[in-house]
Design a protein around this ligand. Sequence first.
Ligand SMILES: Nc1ncnc2c1ncn2[C@@H]1O[C@H](COP(=O)(O)OP(=O)(O)O)[C@@H](O)[C@H]1O
Ligand SMILES: [Mg+2]
Length: 262
Amino acid sequence: MSKVQSPTSNVQQHASRDEASDSQAHAGTADVRHWTLDAGLTVTDLRKSFLSASGERIEVLRGASFSASAGETLAIMGASGAGKSTLLHLLGGLEAADHGSILAGKFAVDRATPSALAHFRNQSVGFVFQFHHLLPDLTTLENVGLPLMITRATFGDAMRRAARMLEEVHLGDRVSQLVAHLSGGEQQRVAVCRALITRPALVLADEPTGNLEAAMGDEIGRSLMSYARDNGALVIIATHNRALAALCDRVLVLRAGRLTEE
Ligand SMILES: Nc1ncnc2c1ncn2[C@@H]1O[C@H](COP(=O)(O)OP(=O)(O)O)[C@@H](O)[C@H]1O
Ligand SMILES: [Mg+2]
């Protein structure tokens, strides 16, 4: 997969125009706006437990801490059930921790209001899920363009930019197909495009190469690495895949609810 191209002036114009109108809409939550990951991500003493079906409390994270800088790629490894997905959900503000802090740049994810969190997720986080979670009844092009439409672009701009991105990953001839009709590898490439189209500062990928053959997994891994490098983004990948982890700058292992660097 070729690298993600840099934003066009067109997209930048839309971004700054929408930022201006957004600051009025979000007056009162000014702290979450215009944040970047320049100051890095600092995660301290995260704890999270769940109640099992039988009513037992399962302590999944028991004081997980780490920090990372913009432009880095991190692999989170650990056995199945170790809490990798849970950790990514907390980092992206999809779930709340029981204890601990997550500081993304100047933005305190763990203390944010629901609307500030929604804004953070839309503007700054790109998620790639193991089972891609694409919308099966939309076309490839619509799936990729949708996040951009929600955040900052007009329909036409979003579709043009989505088409360019799909072209780069050699899916240009699939743009008008329903994603349900694509192969697993193609769907996962579409999911990566969808996650990166808004140029998020933080990319959270949960087993992005989970069910794919090695060559396809490698291509997806490399596209995430080049995205981090070219955009100064922080990319965090939960994975079982040693080959994918080896592409990352750092490997953290989640064991007994805590993280250690390998
Ligand atoms: N919403 C939930 N309710 C109850 N248990 C959960 C929930 N989410 C995760 N768990 C449990 O937390 C543990 C860690 O899950 P997960 O984060 O998905 O692990 P991993 O991604 O490393 O395989 C597992 O035992 C799982 O069953
Ligand atoms: Mg998981």
